[in-house]
Design a protein around this ligand. Structure first.
Ligand code: HEM
Length: 369
């Protein structure tokens, strides 16, 4: 069995977290080139970590060996969001997945489309008529917040603007806790970002629990009626669904979409995307491929194992890097080029079946017709 390319150095001194989080894309590109391999090791968060930048490696990590590579229970996400599907493993995760999938089908989903259309029309109408240049990211982030809170919590900005603003601010404070050091210090007139975030979380949980008690209709009503393992499960999941992370991810993707399609050179693509919904789906997939909003995900090996034939020791971490995986030349021809039509052929079919067979993750959006 071969040793992973790269080195993890000695504890603390060999740590590369600062370099990685400053610029994850360059960090991986440099090492992929240096080692001639899309999987390599380095020290991250003071732990030996394999960086997975290939489609094959990611498939092994998340699908084939999902019982070996487990979510990290000491992750700050777990502390800030509590137990939910993102922090659960194995059979427990499969059962939760089965239950939660009901929220995204049938009557639950049907009731969402009118709301989505009306928020989009209202939020975006001024964009096309504006003569001045606009900064689109904040506009899309606001749109994302309106969608998330309206759909998942039945709090609509137009109907109850103060409640909407209060919850949006609490979600932002809670999110800042994830990206600040996990130190819970509170002294008069000053409190650490982390303790402020925990206070915001408590307030959000109160609002969520009240909603779950009172609302009969919509997403909250559907969630209430699901068979879930314990009483706190629904509220923990609502906390995840209204996380500030989701409007940020949506705003990032819509901004990338705008940049990819703007300018005089893209008139044809814009026209085709307007006319043909299938082509628009392909454009959206290509935007998600080239500019994924999240860095990736991290797991811990619960036994000695392998990834792409390389030895991975027990208790080491493995991290998939979405940006690099999505540009793996083994799977994507001319990986750095924006080519929406790549999603129309057999690649889409093959990946679609791999996702279906693995039954581990939801299929990428738009791939299952
Ligand atoms: C642009 C928006 C989004 C992006 C980029 C995104 C990205 C991701 C990624 C990368 C993961 C895998 C994390 C891992 O396990 O390593 C994930 C999992 C998950 N996301 Fe999202 N997500 C988005 C929107 C949403 C929304 C709107 C919801 C729910 C309301 C949601 C709910 C979930 C859930 C429940 C999981 C766990 C799935 C499972 O383990 O079966 N996500 N998401």
């Amino acid at each position: 069995m071969s040793k992973l390319p790269g080195s993890t150095g000695i504890s603390l001194l060999g740590d590369k977290s600062l370099e990685f989080y400053r610029d994850p894309i360059t960090f991986c590109e440099r090492r992929i080139e240096k080692h001639g391999s899309r999987i390599f090791q380095a020290r991250l968060l003071n732990k030996s970590t394999s960086f997975v930048c290939s489609v094959q490696g990611m498939k092994e990590l998340l699908c084939d060996k999902s019982s070996v590579f487990l979510k990290d229970p000491t992750d700050v996400m777990t502390y800030m969001y509590g137990d939910n599907i993102v922090t659960t493993n194995g059979e427990e995760a499969s059962l939760l997945r089965l239950s939660l999938m009901n929220l995204f089908t049938g009557k639950c989903l049907a009731s969402s489309s009118d709301y989505i259309n009306s928020v989009c029309e209202r939020s975006l109408k001024d964009l096309s008529s504006s003569a001045e240049p606009q900064s689109v990211y904040p506009i899309f982030k606001r749109l994302g917040s309106e969608l998330v809170l309206g759909l998942f919590l039945n709090v609509k900005a137009e109907e109850t603007p103060e409640v909407f603003e209060e919850i949006t601010q609490l979600c932002t404070l809670h999110w800042h806790g994830i990206i600040s050091a996990p130190v819970n210090i509170k002294v008069p007139l000053w409190s650490s970002g982390f303790s402020t975030a925990l206070e915001a979380k408590d307030k959000l949980m109160e609002i969520i629990k009240e909603k779950l008690e009172l609302e009969q209709e919509g997403f909250v009503g559907c969630l209430r009626s699901l068979p879930l393992p314990d009483a706190s499960c629904a509220s923990q999941h609502l906390l995840l669904f209204i996380s500030a992370l989701i409007p940020k991810a949506l705003a990032s993707l819509l901004t990338s979409f705008t940049l990819a399609l703007c300018g005089p050179g893209q008139e044809e693509v814009r026209e085709q995307a307007r006319q043909d919904p299938t082509y628009l789906d392909q454009v959206l997939l290509e935007v998600q491929r080239l500019w994924p909003p999240f860095i990736g995900g991290r797991r811990i090996a619960n036994q000695d194992t392998t990834l792409e034939g390389y030895h991975i020791p027990k208790d080491s971490a493995a991290m998939y890097i979405s940006h690099s995986v999505h540009r793996d030349p083994e799977v994507f021809h001319q990986p750095d080029e924006f080519k929406p039509e790549r999603w129309s052929g057999s690649l889409c079919f093959t990946l679609c079946h791999q996702w279906k067979d693995s039954q581990m993750l939801p299929p990428p959006q738009g791939m299952l017709g």
